[in-house]
Design a protein around this ligand. Structure first.
Ligand code: PEP
Length: 254
């Protein structure tokens, strides 16, 4: 990863953790980051909504950022059970993930929905991590690049600060399965994303946008993935639930 892009190591805790678990994990991550001598990477944890406030307090002053896993497209209103980007910001979040494949699959979210959420996040002053990635059938059918290009085009915000956008390439078949694409396959997709961003936003902006890889990243494969030229960090699910594994992935950036 080129020096103009500081790696981002982001943990997606998904629907895991009661207060005691979340406090222990957040405290562990914050302590490691605080004690590290000038870590060469940014670190982010995205707990479930219920833990965000407490986690934000637990990591305050450590340098570890907090994010949400989703937000509503509207700023406020009659949306029972939903949470707005401004509410996340109010709790201390700096980031929000949108378009995770589990949201696209379980909640039927389209690219247009993801774009609207991304625009809402930027309007609220959050940085937004936009997830895209192909299914196994799409990869087997030779459609990976076409699917990623279409998802990116449909999900990118049309208004707001493009510099606050992060893209996460997450092949759906690699999430939580222990399987990953080859390094060459990962780089091929990340390079495509960079080219598409360049065409849309210009080279100056595109070269500053971080493109994370997500899907079964763990301490044993992180170093080689993070060394790829267009991989600027990781979005990590399972391995982010154990402080030592999450930290080891961060250290792989060094
Ligand atoms: C994810 O859900 O974003 C993810 C990458 O999960 P895992 O690391 O467990 O594959």
């Amino acid at each position: 990863m080129p020096s103009e892009r500081r790696p981002l190591i982001a943990g997606n805790w998904k629907m895991n953790g009661l207060v005691a678990d979340g406090m222990a994990l957040a405290g562990d991550v914050a302590r490691r980051y605080r004690e590290a001598k000038s870590p060469a990477f940014d670190m982010l944890v995205c707990p479930p909504f219920t833990l965000i406030g407490k986690v934000a307090e637990a990591v305050a002053g450590s340098g570890v950022a907090v994010g949400g896993q989703d937000c509503h497209r509207d700023a406020k209103g009659a949306h029972t059970g939903d949470v707005s980007a401004a509410m996340l910001k109010d709790l201390g979040c700096r980031f929000v993930i949108v378009g995770h494949s589990e949201r696209r699959t379980n909640h039927g979210e389209s690219d247009a929905d993801v774009r609207a959420k991304a625009e809402a996040a930027l309007a609220a002053g959050l940085a937004v991590i936009i997830c895209i990635g192909e299914t196994e059938a799409e990869r087997d059918g030779g459609r990976t690049l076409e699917v990623v290009r279409t998802q990116l085009a449909g999900s990118l915000p049309e208004v707001g600060d493009a510099a606050a956008v992060v893209i996460a390439y997450e092949p759906v078949w690699a999430i939580g399965t222990g399987r990953t694409p080859t390094n060459a396959e990962v780089q091929e997709v990340h390079a495509l994303i960079r080219r598409e961003l360049t065409g849309r936003l210009g080279a100056d902006v595109a070269n500053g946008i971080r493109i994370l890889y997500g899907g079964s990243m763990k301490p044993s494969n992180a170093k080689e993935l993070l060394a790829l030229p267009d991989v600027d960090g990781g979005l990590i699910g399972g391995a982010s639930l154990k402080g030592s594994d999450f930290w080891a992935i961060g250290e792989s950036c060094l």
